[in-house]
Ligand binder design. Structure first.
Ligand code: HEM
Length: 410
């Protein structure tokens, strides 16, 4: 047990987990948290090892609900939720089969082909947002951009975006939060609706192909029925419908907050957009949109200093803490868009599960900041109190209010 307080649902932690990360990292490589019934890994080197060593750690629990479902919610899911583990919560050798086919469908060509779409969506969102005097960056761009892009990628009709986002957001609460029973039931019903929606989409694409990710997976299945099942395709599509936007929304929001808190660096990227790619890496390192991930210990694992994670233990890997480890990064509490090798951050994970969507997330963030710095170099943070959702893995403010400082416009 750590002598440092670790209360991941407290208001203080949700607002700013970094003082806690520093204290627990300093004290020990890992500790047991009563509140979560998990072993918590604090340092960069161990975090990278736990994430990537598939002999010592399984990924099967990475999408499990944090708390068991109440019986009523469990019943709703048993009846209406056909999801099967794919990729992030699958171990070798099955993981490799699904990942291989997903890489084919999620090709570099398909991602690169999205750039004009991303630019067009960003421009149109900025037109609307910047017509106001005071605006929320999350509602204006950070939320709608990734969801519209993921819809384009998987082929969902864009008019369904709000409905689908609502169902998916709920799922995060149950996987990474601690909802009460009535909320669990509501979430379970939404998860069943999301599953139904994704199944219908896959059925539609079986007879009416398009140039999208879902059709590409179905083509792979047509060529070889053992390659991937229909249930697996539906599960992958459903997973992307969630992983593909929530995380990127938070990246866009965290990066904007950091840049406007360090206005000198914002001004630099406005003057020289070639700095944006490394700025995105530094934002991912400094305040990651995914600051913790899960694993399961297959055996007793010693981490040094006498700390042993016992076989069967559930493990929470503090990626955000690893990203601020002085053993890995010089002066890690300094946000610096010029940082060399900022890309070593752990925010996309490590090893065989390394985020499949990383190239897309990077592309979206680069294009969004290229467009917004060009159009509105006079953006500033408005006075506000930031509010973060009570979930242990995903981090980003619900709203980020901005204004324009016309006097300082070049
Ligand atoms: C800033 C944005 C994002 C962050 C911070 C992020 C982070 C992560 C992390 C931490 C993992 C787990 C890695 C591991 O277990 O070692 C992961 C896996 C994954 N992510 Fe992302 N992600 C982001 C965006 C996306 C996008 C845009 C997509 C898809 C369109 C996506 C799809 C996936 C998939 C499919 C996996 C599972 C890969 C596997 O298990 O082989 N992610 N991501």
């Amino acid at each position: 047990m750590s002598t440092c307080p670790f209360h991941p649902f407290s208001t203080e932690y949700l607002a700013d987990p970094y003082p806690t990360f520093a204290a627990v990292r300093e004290e020990s490589p890992a500790f047991y948290s009563d509140e979560l019934d998990m072993w918590v890994v604090t340092r960069y080197r161990d975090a990278a090892m736990v994430m990537s060593d598939t002999e010592l750690f399984s990924a099967l629990n990475s999408q499990d609900p944090l708390l068991p479902f109440c019986p009523e919610a469990g019943e709703v899911l048993a009846q209406g939720f056909g999801y099967t583990p794919v990729m992030t919560n699958l171990d070798p050798p099955e993981h490799a089969r699904i990942r291989r086919h997903n890489m084919t469908a999620f090709s570099t060509r398909r991602v690169a082909g999205l750039e004009p779409v991303i630019r067009e969506i960003t421009t149109s969102l900025l037109d609307d947002m910047l017509s106001e005097e005071r605006f929320d960056w999350v509602a204006g761009v950070a939320y709608p951009l990734p969801i519209n892009v993921i819809f384009e990628l998987v082929g969902f009709p864009s008019e369904d975006a709000d409905m689908v986002k609502g169902w998916g957001g709920d799922r995060l609460t149950i996987m990474f939060g601690h909802p009460d029973e009535s909320e669990q039931l509501r979430v379970a019903k939404n998860m069943a609706s999301l599953w139904q929606y994704c199944s219908e989409h896959v059925q539609r694409r079986k007879v009416d192909r398009a140039d999208d990710f879902t059709s590409a997976l179905l083509d792979i299945r047509d060529a070889d029925h053992d390659a991937i099942t229909e249930t697996e395709i539906t599960s992958v599509v459903m997973g992307l419908g969630i992983a593909g936007h929530e995380t990127t929304t938070n990246l866009l929001a965290n990066a904007m907050r950091l840049l406007l808190e360090h206005v000198d660096q914002w001004t630099e990227i406005c003057a020289d957009p070639s700095l944006i790619a490394n700025t995105v890496e530094e934002a991912l390192r400094f305040d990651s949109s995914v600051n913790a991930w899960r694993r399961l210990a297959r055996t007793d694992v010693g981490l040094g200093e006498g700390v042993v994670i016992p076989e069967g233990a559930k493990v929470l890997v503090l990626l955000g803490s690893g990203n601020r480890d002085t053993a890995e990064f010089d002066d890690p509490d300094r946000f610096d868009i010029h940082r060399e090798r900022a890309r070593r951050h752990l925010s996309f994970g490590k090893g065989i599960h390394y985020c499949l969507g990383a190239p897309l997330a990077r592309l979206e963030a680069r294009v969004a900041f290229e467009e917004v710095t060009r159009r509105a170099p006079d953006l500033r943070l408005a006075d506000q109190q930031l509010d973060y959702p009570p979930i242990i893995s995903f981090r980003g403010p619900r709203q980020l209010w901005l204004t324009r400082n016309q006097e300082n416009a070049p």
